[in-house]
Design a binder for this molecule. Sequence first.
Ligand SMILES: Cc1ncc(C[n+]2csc(CCOP(=O)(O)OP(=O)(O)O)c2C)c(N)n1
Ligand code: SF4
Length: 250
Amino acid sequence: MAVVFQKTRGLTDVETHYCPGCTHGIIHRLVGEVLEELGVLDEAIGVAPVGCSVLAYNYFNCDMSEAAHGRAPAVATGIKRLLPENVVFTYQGDGDLASIGTAEIVHAAHRSENITTIFVNNAIYGMTGGQMAPTTMIGQRTTTSPYGRDAATTGMPIKISEMLAQVPGATFVERVAVNTPGNVRKAKKAIKRAFELQLAGKGFGIIEVLSTCPTNWGLDPVKALRWLEDNLMVYYPLGNFRDYQEVENA
Ligand SMILES: Cc1ncc(C[n+]2csc(CCOP(=O)(O)OP(=O)(O)O)c2C)c(N)n1
Ligand code: SF4
């Protein structure tokens, strides 16, 4: 019988620990599929963050390293410089990348390290119990903003993609979401493009993926997808902010 669908070889057979309805799993699968389709699973080295995806090193079917909180781009820099023929990526949450790791990601982009970053923005610190992140929405209730995030005391949510699109060394910047089948397909396309650019030696690429955290948002999985669409996608518009061709023609 013809096989019409099978799980990607890019992921191991380990059952993930993610909560029901959490979209970390979809993003893992897209990265795994892309690595498999590009035929680079044997050359790929991922760097796992601190956060809910800390165990990503058990799930991706390639070599993996763990980095201290926020330091994945620095660890990936070392790996890629030592092993330039390998395909190196970081997988980081918004607490990891946009809070404690802000310096690392900005400088990795500035240096145009030839690495790919998968940035999972779920607008909250998931693993540690739902604290406010720099990406939390204004008015969003979290365990550390029980009355809702207040711009007067915490500023506005940080727009990482828009910020990095200003950095000359960032050669690919795109924001995607995984809330509908159509958007999942677009997300995969963006992830593939970023890895292709790395293979061509074109420098730093980042894909920001708007993701859900039903557990800490206090919503069921379907309502979480709606909340993502009605809130995150409004403040964080989807789209490509930078592609290598523009950089080349600038
Ligand atoms: C230096 C340091 N500070 C704080 C922590 C605690 N900590 C672990 S995970 C985490 C939040 C992770 O949130 P995010 O990156 O958004 O990932 P998510 O869990 O939502 O996927 C924090 C604050 C830590 N481990 N190390
Ligand atoms: S706490 Fe949130 S981000 Fe973490 S696995 Fe559960 S739903 Fe996903």
